[in-house]
Ligand binder design. Sequence first.
Ligand code: CDP
Length: 218
Amino acid sequence: MKNIIAIDGPAASGKGTLSRNLAKELNFAHMDTGALYRAVAFEVLKQGKNPANEGDALYGCKALKGNLHNASPLSNPDLRTEEIGDAASKVASIQSVRDFLTDMQRDFANSPPFGFNGAILDGRDIGTIICPNAPLKLYITAKCEIRANRRMKELQSKGLSVTYEAVLEDMRARDARDSNRKVAPLKPAADCVIIDSSNLSEAKMLETALTYAKKAFG
Ligand code: CDP
């Protein structure tokens, strides 16, 4: 069995931080799959196109693919705004966009870059659709108000001027769209471990996840 850890959960649940910490600890390669959807959305908005339109969203996929040899489009800090997060959740509701990005994610999971012991992917449908056979699946969640507060601080630390109310409203809308969509809705896999990060420190989250990783991988 492949050494794959699937981590899913809603926005600002702490899955990204946990994934990075876990990857470092276990020497696993990490893929932030949300960055793929954000990068597609970024290409769509750059052209003044509509992220909810299938043709426009597929244009974004092709533009991203054409740019991927540069390696940098996924680490572009401009991807992290709530505007891009919102547009990402629109392109992510389109089946053909998800299909376009599926192989990239599965290839990474099954053949992580040389030198790593395995792969961690974080997103919305990793445990349910992308890697249904992953030996360890974590679903990270937290109260909506706590997640909005975390996201507000994250955005403010990047110099963006945002209010708590606006972030909370955006987050509720995005959570609803991600959970209610017909294609790959956000939901815990039947065989996942659910961790509520509302009252857990970053260190405690890592410790908890490592306990499950030891059980899954020995
Ligand atoms: O960082 P945050 O959790 O706010 O968002 P993200 O993980 O970067 O994902 C942005 C959007 O992409 C989400 O709201 C989802 O709609 C979509 N997404 C998805 O549908 N499937 C994934 N595997 C990852 C992200």
